[in-house]
Write a protein that binds this ligand. Structure first.
Ligand code: NOJ
Length: 656
């Protein structure tokens, strides 16, 4: 299995991450200073949005030199130092590859536009007449260049002319640049709008100005990506990561792009799930229907089950913040959304600040917006579009990272290039690192779980309750383990009622141990409370191990028995103070370990005497746990008692 199947990627948007030189713009020094934070979160790979020299028309997605660093961000020497520091911490670093277009200030384009017979003329798309295509950033995709009297193509801004990939010299120049970065030690590429490389050379008019049929996944796209793979990636040590950003990619095509046998890319970013709350364009905002979201994810999960691989994301620098978009901005919603995404099969991507539950910005005026796409739309659509701008604008994701409660959130000591969200006094990394129940620690545990629990990385996926508009439920199975994830998307308390006749595993998609138990009806004995009722935006875990059921409380899966055993070992013979110390050191609340102990005792009464025999737990504490576990098992008896859990055996093995 490939290493990235159990990896989590963290996206850094460098302008907004951390500023080390007080110019108000994030930089490499800022990233270097925050690597320990990222290591604590536990992510495996960092992806940097573009840091190359650029006029910054589209915040660096308009590159004027592929082999250097923009002075705003630092130097190549700073970059090498950063890369080494990332590697020292056991993480990898992936660069953004933007080769559908360059900046109009790139020497290639400067030459190309200089005369009709310049050798680089054909490196870009020049035509006597424009087509009717509309640009992603509003307006036409063609600009007349007065000097030579021809139009050049730009799918994005007029400062982002499209490269002509039909020309083999262009392709070789790109491959050589990619090899240069890999030789420098980088670990792969996130490939910007990579499915736009191949265009129908006839460049016909599109229906209603939509040229996408002629540039999305065009006729030679697979050929180009295979060539790129052969020339750049193949023959390296298999430790690289390639992910292609592919707007509009279909599932059928994604299967081809990510089939390892074809040698194209490891995974793609598809866009279906982030367009479900939109009508005719991204600015036509509609409410999300959960059933649509489940249908979409379910289709991609099963479509890429046999061959290919999914990437999983809610957020990036182009999307509004998910906790505001699909939730109510609360930490509960952030945790629930994180759990749902991270428990799918695929490689999860965390966008900076998502692990804190950072929200959309409360924009009140267009003057606060810097993003070229949003400004272009507003200029065309007028003030009536402001609500949509607030909801969908890309600057929501680009406000500075919230490190602490101080002025400018600890992002800069200068004036930030984009305003800091005023809620940084509540939502910030410093506070969350101290709080074991924070969104940060929830994400940290989700990431840890992907590393430790093979069912998360490799298990199959079955969507449950596809028609339910409030509950997101699915199972993951791998060898003897089954995980059930239940997430309440509704923002209201929710009763979950499984059908009476479902038996575990007797039909695909049957919820395990359903037995007619209404989760909300099972008497909510103290500590079992959280599992019996699905509070708003809450998620619950049930793990079936070898056909037996374990319940995880407080959103912690019961697979954490390793943690329980470590806990028992560490505070063997100690008292409450030790327990508190341990919980503190491991950023886990005492209540959580207590809950897990209860579950362990409840599952196998022998575990109680084992713990006492070994002197692992003071008697009073053990008795309290057992007492609680009795209560839980009374409440959950019908669900649990027929099943004998292997957890005790597992715990013992792990302790040895
Ligand atoms: C996709 C990038 O994610 C986005 O930020 C950029 O504006 C366009 N590609 C153009 O490079």
């Amino acid at each position: 299995m490939a290493w990235w199947q159990s990896a989590v990627v963290y996206q850094i948007y460098p302008r907004s991450f951390a500023d080390s030189d007080a110019d108000g713009i994030g930089d490499l020094g800022g990233i270097a200073a925050r690597l320990d934070y990222l290591a604590e979160l536990g992510v495996d790979v960092l992806w940097l949005s573009p840091i190359y020299p650029s006029p910054q028309d589209d915040n660096g997605y308009d590159i004027s030199d592929y082999r250097d660093i923009d002075p705003t961000f630092g130097t190549l020497t700073d970059f090498d130092a950063l890369l080494a520091a990332v590697h020292e911490r056991g993480m990898k670093l992936v660069m953004d590859l933007v080769v559908n277009h360059t900046s109009d200030e790139h020497p290639w384009f400067v030459e190309s536009r200089s005369s009709r017979d310049n050798p680089k003329r054909d490196w870009y798309w020049w035509r006597d007449e424009p087509t009717n295509w509309r640009s992603f950033f509003s307006g036409p995709t063609w600009d007349l260049d007065d000097a030579t009297g021809q139009y050049y193509l730009h799918l994005f801004s007029r400062k982002q002319p499209d490269l002509n990939w039909e020309n083999p010299e262009v392709r070789q120049a790109v491959y050589s640049m990619m090899r240069w970065w890999l030789d420098r030690g980088v670990d792969g590429f996130r490939m910007d709008v990579i499915n736009m490389l191949s265009k129908d050379p006839a460049l016909p008019d599109g229906p209603g100005g939509d040229g996408s049929p002629y540039y999305l996944c065009g006729p030679r796209i697979h050929e180009f990506l295979q060539e790129l793979h052969r020339e750049v990636v193949a023959g390296r040590d298999g430790q690289l990561l390639t992910v292609g950003e592919m707007p509009g990619v279909t599932l059928e095509n994604a299967k081809l792009f990510t089939d390892p046998a074809r040698g194209e890319v490891d995974m793609v970013f598809q866009f279906e799930h982030v367009q479900l709350d939109q009508g005719s364009s991204k600015w036509d905002v509609r409410p999300l229907r959960l059933t649509d979201l489940k249908r979409s994810f379910g289709r991609w999960q099963s479509g890429l089950a046999e061959r290919g691989w999914n990437s999983l994301y809610w957020n990036n620098h182009d999307q509004p913040r998910v906790v505001s978009r699909f939730g109510d901005g609360s930490p509960e919603a952030a945790k629930m959304l994180g759990t749902v995404l991270h428990m799918h099969r695929g490689t999860p991507y965390v966008y900076q600040g998502e692990e804190l539950g950072m929200t959309n910005y409360p924009f009140t005026s267009i003057d606060e917006i810097r993003d070229i796409e949003t400004l272009g739309h507003y200029a065309e659509a007028g003030p009536a579009s402001f609500e949509a701008v607030r909801a969908m604008g890309r600057d929501n994701a680009r406000t500075p990272m919230q490190w602490d409660a101080s002025a400018h959130a600890g992002f800069t000591t200068g004036t930030p290039w984009l305003s800091v969200n005023p809620n940084h006094t509540e939502i910030n990394a410093e506070a969350q690192r101290r709080d074991p129940d924070s969104v940060f620690h929830h994400y940290r545990r989700l990431i840890e779980l992907r590393h430790d629990e093979p069912a998360v990385a490799h298990g199959d996926f079955t969507m449950l309750a596809p028609q339910d508009e409030r509950l997101y439920a699915f199972t993951r199975r791998y060898e003897g383990t089954e995980l059930l994830v239940l997430a309440n998307f509704s923002g209201e308390p929710l009763e979950v009622d499984f059908p009476d006749d479902a038996e575990p595993g007797d039909q695909p998609g049957a919820p395990p141990q359903a037995s007619g138990i209404k989760l909300a009806d099972a008497a909510p004995a103290d500590v079992a409370m959280e599992a019996t009722q699905m509070r708003r935006y809450h998620e619950v875990w049930v793990e079936k191990n070898g056909g037996r059921t374990l319940l995880g409380l407080s959103g912690i899966p019961a697979t954490r028995f390793r943690g329980v055993v470590r806990f028992l070992e560490e505070f063997a013979g100690g008292g409450d103070a030790d327990m508190a110390r341990y919980a503190d050191e491991h950023s886990l609340s005492e209540q959580r370990y207590f809950n897990l102990l209860c579950m362990m005792f409840g599952h196998d009464p022998r575990s109680y005497s084992w713990v006492l025999d070994k002197g692992l737990l003071p008697e009073a504490r053990a008795a309290r746990c057992q007492n609680e576990s009795d209560k839980i098992f009374k409440a959950w008896g019908a669900l649990l008692s027929p099943h004998f859990s292997p957890s005790f055996r597992l715990a013992r093995q792990l302790a040895q």
